[in-house]
Design a protein around this ligand. Structure first.
Ligand SMILES: *Cc1c(COP(=O)(O)O)cnc(C)c1O
Length: 396
């Protein structure tokens, strides 16, 4: 497969040349003074992306899954009750992780395509008179279904029930691409990773942790060593790391933050909305349907799209890969065979998105889909022409 073609999977995302260069650094001593100068500002600047001033940014050499585990094992004890809704593969996997850690997981089952059910959370929390529920877990952007949940509404539900539980949010596929307001939404732990909105290689779990979550560490008894927040924070306080840091990723992260701030976070979010909207117009043009149940739930980073009855979405993504060398997201879990996904996050322009839409149309035509070549592309072109992008000028 040619690496001249972008990927349209919802992570890991395309790595811009500027970030590949930034990560091309020779081994350096992480105990030398210049590591401190590099690392401390990265932690500080990442707070802006989370939307927090009171929180602490903590990173681990891990993927997002490690971030889920870190959130749980630092703040909870075996048998603690947590409340979570299952509406896709990622919320499902977080539930599984909690169960394997011996937590008492109260699961609300939702259709795949729905978002976090704030009203049902409120009812369960109101019923929990003994205040046994210690945390509410929410996947902000369910990457399997292309659904964005309303975190402010979940916070409002918790407040309406006057419930003291912490709120943990998975923002792996939304942070640095869609607006995230950790402080305003009262998020206690936000979990993200390096390989999606930050446009880097996989390998760093990135967390925002509130003072309330830090206080919970004092009584939390789940075992933790590698993921211990206190070891990490003690070392970070002097600019260091409790073990060997992923040095190249930290250099990459420093440059990624520069790129995001140069473009401006508001512009980054606006670009993701525009790209997503172009894709949604194309889906309309094809006469297909999104998995997300309603427009308020549409994700700006990934669209999951049902293929017509009688077609297999895996055959479509295989055809795009085998015939044209372009990767699209397959349908995960319940969506396998029924829906494919277009990832539209990270380092992408209108022009790149048009190339993806044109490619998947060719694959559809090859497989005799009832879709006219150009129908989706034209709809996206119309949208992009009438919502012209501000061109991002990037420093060399
Ligand atoms: C990608 C992703 C993760 C993390 O997966 P890893 O493969 O462990 O990095 C978690 N949650 C969501 C919503 C994701 O999209």
């Amino acid at each position: 497969m040619s690496d001249q073609n972008p990927v349209f999977i919802p992570g890991p995302t395309n790595i811009p040349d500027r970030l590949r260069s930034a990560m091309q650094v020779q081994t350096r001593d992480h105990r030398a003074p210049d590591f401190v100068e590099t690392f401390a500002p990265v932690l500080e600047d990442t707070k802006r992306v989370f939307g927090t001033t009171s929180g602490t940014v903590i990173t681990f050499p891990a993927s997002g899954t490690g971030g889920w585990e870190a959130a749980i094992c630092n703040t909870l004890s075996p048998g603690d009750k947590v409340l979570v809704a299952r509406y896709g593969m990622f919320s499902h996997r977080w539930i599984d992780l909690c169960q394997r850690h011996g937590l008492d997981v109260h699961v609300i089952e939702c259709p795949w395509g729905a978002g976090a059910p704030a009203d049902k959370f409120e009812a369960v929390l109101t019923e929990d008179k003994a205040r046994d529920i210690k945390a509410v877990l929410v996947t902000h952007n369910e990457t399997a279904t292309g659904v964005k949940s309303d975190i402010a509404a979940v916070r409002a539900a918790m407040d309406a029930a006057s419930h003291p539980a912490m709120m943990f949010v998975d923002c792996v596929s939304s942070l640095a691409s869609m607006e995230f307001c950790m402080d305003d939404w009262g998020v206690d732990i936000a979990v993200s990773g390096s390989q999606k909105g930050f446009m880097l290689t996989t390998g760093m779990a990135i967390l925002g942790v509130s003072p309330k979550a830090l206080a919970a560490m004092e009584t939390a008894t789940l075992p933790r060593t590698f993921f211990d927040f206190s070891d990490m924070m003690a070392a970070n306080a002097s600019g260091g790391f409790p073990y060997t840091p992923p040095l190249q990723l930290i250099y990459g992260m420093r440059e990624s933050l520069k790129m995001l701030f140069e473009e401006g976070l508001e512009s980054v979010y606006a670009r993701h909305f525009r790209l997503a909207e172009g894709v949604r117009r194309a889906v309309d043009g094809w006469g297909m349907k999104l998995v997300a149940e309603s427009p308020a739930l549409y994700s700006d980073t990934v669209s999951a799209i049902y293929v017509p009855d009688g077609f297999d979405s895996n055959a479509l993504t295989d055809q795009a890969f085998n015939a044209y060398g372009v990767s699209f997201g397959i349908g995960l879990g319940e969506m396998n065979g029924k829906a494919f996904r277009i990832g539209h996050l990270g380092s992408l322009t209108d022009v790149m998105v048009l190339s993806g839409l044109a490619t998947i149309e060719m694959a559809m035509a090859d497989l005799d889909y009832p879709v006219e070549l150009g129908s989706g592309v034209a709809a996206a072109q119309d949208y992009f022409r009438s919502h012209r992008a501000a061109l991002v000028k990037t420093a060399a």
